[in-house]
Design a protein around this ligand. Structure first.
Ligand code: MLT
Length: 312
């Protein structure tokens, strides 16, 4: 057994993470998505560093008797059982602002790609087809975008889309209308957002309240040309309901970065030309990974030396 506290890194993190941790720890690696790799490695871990692919649930926590801190190199904590961790006396930290710009930029990228058929046009060109009229798209300018969830990422998306000349409305029961107005956003209820949006982008955490929030009934209430983007969490938009709506022409197109079950390589949605999809890349930029790695490495150092970990 090592004399140094063991820091277990369960997913790929930026090189800056290791530099920031410094020489005082016994840094070990495992594959957090593989329970056979994760559970035995947890036996000696004092700290666990993860992204979104590692389920830090009651079973994982029970396998980690020495664990003092779980650090999530990113925003969402839906893969960490925070209640079970707290009950076991394990601190949970994240990096809540590390990747917000990256996530916002990917949402905008998916919106533009879906509106302009970038993905099927690229695929057709690679097949040697020079087709222009088939891929006639839609401008964002002078359209209404509905932001579902006006938190840190939702606000960044709203600002960026306002710069495209869009009217921005938002649904967020936790935000005051005055605050939204300051941001140049009209706060509406969900029914109004569904009825008025030409484009829609989801920016909510995954919680029991948000799972299935955009389901069959909601997708019957939208405009048929709607371009729907979800770069937040899979499951907030019901995938079966979305597939049916796209197939039946009740939704125009979708840009998806997240899925109810990940990794997801086999979805009927991937067969549709009006879907552009990426494999949960919202936080996957050099900048976001560096910021997330630095933030969690600092928090882990403080936590393991018994110091106060400030809010990030
Ligand atoms: C997040 O919640 O910040 C992202 O999902 C991070 C990630 O991609 O691991």
């Amino acid at each position: 057994m090592s004399d140094q506290p063991v820091v277990l890194i369960a997913e790929e993190l930026s090189p800056a993470t290791l530099e920031e941790l410094g020489p005082d720890f016994d840094v070990r690696h495992c594959d957090g998505a593989d329970r056979a790799s994760l559970l035995p490695a947890l036996a000696e871990a004092d700290a666990l560093l993860v992204r979104s692919a590692t389920a830090v649930d009651a079973e994982a926590l029970a396998a980690a008797p020495r664990l003092k801190v779980v650090a999530r190199a990113g925003v969402g904590l839906d893969n960490v059982d925070v209640r079970a961790a707290t009950q076991s006396g394990v601190m949970v930290v994240n990096a809540p602002t590390s990747n917000i710009v990256s996530a916002a930029e990917l949402a905008v990228a998916l919106m533009l790609a879906a509106a302009r058929h970038v993905s099927p046009a690229h695929a057709a060109l690679r097949q040697g087809e020079w087709q222009r009229s088939r891929f006639t798209g839609t401008e964002l300018f002078d359209k209404t975008v509905g932001i579902v969830g006006l938190g840190r990422i939702g606000v960044l998306v709203a600002h960026r889309l306002a710069a495209f000349g869009m009217r921005v409305i938002a649904y967020d029961p936790y935000v005051q209308a005055g605050r939204a107005a300051q941001l140049g956003v009209r706060l509406v209820d969900l029914a109004t957002l569904l009825a008025e949006s030409d484009f829609m982008s989801v920016h909510l955490p995954k919680t029991p309240e948000t799972i299935g929030l955009i389901g069959d009934a909601e997708l019957h209430a939208v405009r048929p040309h709607l371009v729907l983007v979800n770069a937040a969490r899979g499951g907030i938009v019901d995938e079966q309901a979305l597939y049916a709506a796209l197939k039946e022409g009740r939704v125009g197109a979708a840009g998806l970065d997240v899925f109810a079950h990940e990794p997801c390589t086999d979805s009927p949605l991937f067969e549709l030309d009006n879907v552009v999809a990426t494999p949960h890349l919202g936080a996957s930029t050099d900048e976001a990974q560096e910021k997330a790695g630095l933030a969690v490495a600092r928090s882990v150092r403080l936590a393991l030396s018994g110091e106060l970990v400030p809010d990030a």
